[in-house]
Design a protein around this ligand. Structure first.
Ligand code: FAD
Length: 832
């Protein structure tokens, strides 16, 4: 066995094999280790469906890549991957489900995924075994289907070997040690003992520059070996196989295979199998398994069938395919299927570790294996992938995450596979968990919370005196019941004053003799003077946006960095590793502390916000304490509000006069109460994240995770004024080399009467697709829909006429000037 490689892939399921193939193809000296046989994890018992349907832009790209890639494997390797391109019919029983498909259609369109819409009659004409009278229609993907999971894995393994990859079976990884430049990986030869697979005395150490773990259900053991947390815990998933259905057998005499069927409202998939049917339900109450590891006795094993648990779905299959009523059951599979709390896999650099890559938590691993291999190999060998992989990054969960949390959330993610994927969905399990002190007060005022990185954050404030049957959770692909409340909140900020809880923001304190030089290299903008603030960007080495920071310079060498709330571990990891690199390269010492949970943040905004603060501020001259002279825009000052020492920062993400009030978290309720009292005479309104998201688009303020990510540079995002090209900074040369491939614009849209864009829609000019939206909403200032997105650079000039496709119709849109609301910032700078 080789003892030194550039990349070691641990795990020989579909995912590990797909990664090894692509690393080999990229020219990396790669070895794959499997503790048992290839496919002996979850891969062997998968049903092999390859659904292209997905609401995420990144995942849609991954799945599409796989489907295209698998089709070419036979020509490349000579092995038939067992791909049956039978099509996939996803049915809808309700108008809301059809709306969901139309929103999906937007995502699919932006990723070039071909699909069709069919009416119930078209379904009945083509597939008469399907009952259609209670259907509204269906989405049809003629280009997907199902594949034999073992065959496709073997074909990828052969392709990997052809690209020089070594595959070793019956070797288990038992330990990892980082030497500073490479990993020393301890491995044991596995042997059979009493039916179990156990380590023998034969051991070895492999040195690898990079390691990728793709250990499927064994992720908890991998986490222990690495000393990190990986919230990938399997859940039971079962499917049943029926005896041949005579009606299907008869129909097949004159037809090709039946397409895969999905009755999303009934929570199941069905496909043809040797004249019978496979039914795979996503039922309620499927339990998590192996929270603390897979026992030695569990190899390519299954759990007993629990037919009672899937009775409802079984009956609904009989309803949908009446001929299946008379056929008996032939076989059943109940296996572990890995999940994560949000249902997306964990793909990318491991937290805190160097050259360690995770590819864990796959629930659609057969569908995702090829695409994951492709994009992860790009990330590893080229520094970045073509698509922004942040939504899959393992660091989207912090160290606050526990086994119990992961297990319960993973059960929920499983149960939610077929729910309506509303963009305004908030999932209930394990909540509330991370709450700021003002939580109860906000709840009492009608706050309806969303979850950001585990934190509870008000999305909007609903009616406190609502009738018992008022549906606070009334979600829609058009406008949910929250919409009028968000509209009122947005208007309140424009006209009076609003208070927004921004406690979830990520906050770091960066200090030390090297702090200034380090941050100057790490970020794109000029550093602010002491007491001032700047908006700035940290780039990837590929020149794209890694993080957006508001930097407050508190001391000559002391900086307070504020970044997106969803990204605490993601930002902390990059900051820490960048500082280590800086010091290793001879830079002066610098250190960072994550102070996120020590500081609460309230954003007070609106024309009356100064009057409210004046009433609270303790100052020798309260009348001038907040004036432009003493407290100019884009400055930060320590002030006292009641008895709370507050770092006030004069910025407002809503585009009105305003201050962010960063306060010691333990004093939060005191500050809240004082603000409520002082705000009362001024009509202070409580405002949630949804209204804020609309308002920031009126100011063209880009948001991290939508306009800002690892697939675009700040210049493409139109943030040139925050990039100081006079200085050298990390990623600068790469950013300049990329040029401007597309350009971020703000659009005012004459959309439908009952819906706003969600930021997933395709953009057109003269019938040609020219870009996509990344954000969307309603503008109270302009009384029409608003959106932000990326278009071809030649179409970015204000006044350019475009169209947005929503609900399969084209709506007129015009590129607005940057910051269409108050473009001169007169309202923000107003004195008083
Ligand atoms: C009943 C059922 C039906 C399914 N149907 C579908 C479907 O239709 N479509 C779809 O896309 N997905 C489906 N899935 C999910 C799919 O099976 C998984 O997502 C996929 O197999 C995951 O692949 P993987 O390579 O990540 O994990 P695995 O296949 O579990 O592979 C991980 C491998 O790592 C090895 N390993 C672990 N630790 C070590 C170590 N320390 N050293 C060496 N080797 C190690 C294991 O032995 C194992 O072989 C289904 C799952 C179930 C249970």
């Amino acid at each position: 066995m080789k003892t030194h490689v550039r990349a070691l892939v641990v795990g020989g399921g579909a995912v590990g094999t797909g990664i090894a193939y692509h690393l080999g193809r990229a020219g990396w000296d790669t070895m794959l280790l499997e503790r048992d046989e290839l496919t002996s994890g979850s891969t062997w018992h998968a049903a092999g469906l390859l659904p292209l349907f997905n609401m995420s832009y990144a995942t849609t790209h991954i799945h599409k890549y796989s489907v295209d890639f698998y089709k070419g494997l036979e020509a490349e390797t000579g092995l038939n991957a067992g791909f049956y391109v039978v099509g996939n019919l996803r049915m809808a029983q309700t108008d809301a489900r059809m709306d969901e498909y139309m929103l999906y259609s937007s995502v699919a369109e932006t990723a070039d995924v071909y699909h069709e819409f069919l009416s119930p009659k078209e379904i009945a004409d083509r597939w008469p075994l399907v009952r259609t009278e209670d259907l509204k229609g269906a989405l049809f993907h003629p280009q997907d289907g199902y594949i034999n999971p073992a065959d496709v894995t073997m074909a990828m393994a052969k392709g990997a070997r052809q690209h020089g990859v070594t595959i070793e079976r019956k070797w288990q990884v038992d330990g990892y040690k980082w030497t500073g430049s490479e990993w020393e990986v301890s491995v044991s030869k596995m042997v059979e003992k009493g039916g179990n697979l156990v380590p023998s005395d034969e051991t070895a150490v492999i040195r690898a520059e990079h390691v990728v773990t793709a250990t499927g259900n064994h992720a908890q053991r991998t986490a222990r070996l690495l000393g990190i947390k990986i919230p990938a815990i399997p859940v039971e998933h079962q499917y049943i196989v029926t005896e041949p259905d005579p009606a299907l057998v008869e129909w097949r005499k004159t037809h090709d295979q039946h397409p895969v069927l999905r009755d999303a409202d009934a929570k199941w998939y069905v496909r043809e199998e040797r004249g019978g049917w496979i039914l795979g339900p996503y039922e309620r109450n499927a339990p998590a398994r192996f929270e603390y590891g897979v026992p030695d006795s569990f190899r390519a094993d299954l759990f007993p069938l629990d037919l009672e648990r899937i009775e409802e779905e079984y009956m609904s299959m009989i309803h949908r395919i009446p001929s299946s009523e008379s056929v008996g059951l032939k076989d059943d599979f109940n296996g572990p299927i890995c999940y994560t709390p949000d249902g997306n896999p964990l793909v990318g650099p491991a937290p805190g570790l160097r050259n360690m890559w995770l590819a864990e938590g796959f629930s659609f691993g057969i569908t995702a294996a090829g695409g994951t291999g492709h994009y992860l190999a790009q990330l590893m060998t080229q520094g970045e992938a073509e698509i922004d992989m942040a939504s899959l990054d393992p660091k989207r969960y912090g160290r606050w995450m526990t086994t119990e949390y992961a297990a319960r959330k993973n059960e929920e993610a499983y149960e939610h596979v077929f729910i309506l994927h509303h963009p305004d969905e908030e999932r209930p399990a394990c909540r509330p968990l991370r709450t700021a002190p003002a939580y109860d007060r906000q709840k009492a005022k009608g706050a309806q919370f969303g979850q950001v990185n585990g934190w509870e954050r008000p999305n909007y404030y609903g009616p406190v005196d609502a009738p018992a049957d008022f549906d606070h959770d009334g979600r829609s692909f058009r406008r949910g019941t929250w919409w009028p409340h968000a509209e009122a909140e947005a208007k309140a900020i424009r006209e009076g004053a609003g208070l927004i809880d921004a406690t979830a923001f990520t906050k770091h304190w960066v200090s030390g003799p090297g702090a200034t030089a380090f941050l100057d290299w790490f970020t794109t903008n000029k550093l602010p003077k002491v007491g001032r603030i700047n908006l700035t960007y940290a780039l990837t080495d590929a020149g794209t946006t890694r993080t957006e920071y508001t930097i407050v310079r508190r001391e000559e060498n002391g900086y307070y960095l504020v970044s997106a709330g969803a990204s605490t571990a993601y930002d902390a990891d990059y900051l820490q590793k960048s500082m280590e690199d800086w010091i290793a390269n001879g830079g002066a010492w610098v250190m960072a502390h994550d102070v996120t949970t020590q500081w609460g943040v309230f954003a007070l905004a609106g024309p009356k916000s100064r009057d409210i603060l004046k009433a609270l501020v303790k100052d020798a001259d309260p009348a001038t304490a907040l004036s432009n002279k003493r407290f100019p825009w884009l400055s930060a000052r320590d002030i006292e509000l009641g008895m709370v020492p507050t770092l006030a920062i004069r910025v407002a993400y809503t585009g009105e006069l305003g201050w962010e009030l960063h306060h010691p978290i333990e004093m939060q309720t005191h500050l809240w109460d004082r603000l409520m009292e002082a705000g009362e005479p001024h009509g202070l309104t409580l405002v949630g994240a949804r209204a804020q998201n609309w308002l920031r688009q009126e100011k063209s303020y880009r948001a991290f995770g939508t306009e800002l990510g690892r697939d675009a540079t700040p210049l493409e995002a139109g943030l040139d004024r925050f990039v100081d090209l006079e200085k050298d900074f990390r990623g600068k040369a790469a950013m300049e080399a990329l040029g401007v491939r597309s350009k971020c614009v703000t659009l005012l849209i004459d959309g439908p009467a009952d819906a706003d864009p969600w930021g997933k829609e395709a953009l057109f000019a003269d019938g040609e697709r020219v870009g996509r939206l990344t954000s969307g909403g309603w503008s109270v200032a302009f009384g029409k829909q608003i959106g932000m997105g990326y278009v071809r650079p030649d179409l970015a000039a204000p006044g350019t006429k475009l169209q947005v496709r929503m609900f399969r119709e084209l709506y007129e849109a015009v590129v607005a000037e940057d910051s269409p609301y108050d473009p001169t910032n007169a309202r923000i700078r107003v004195d008083g």
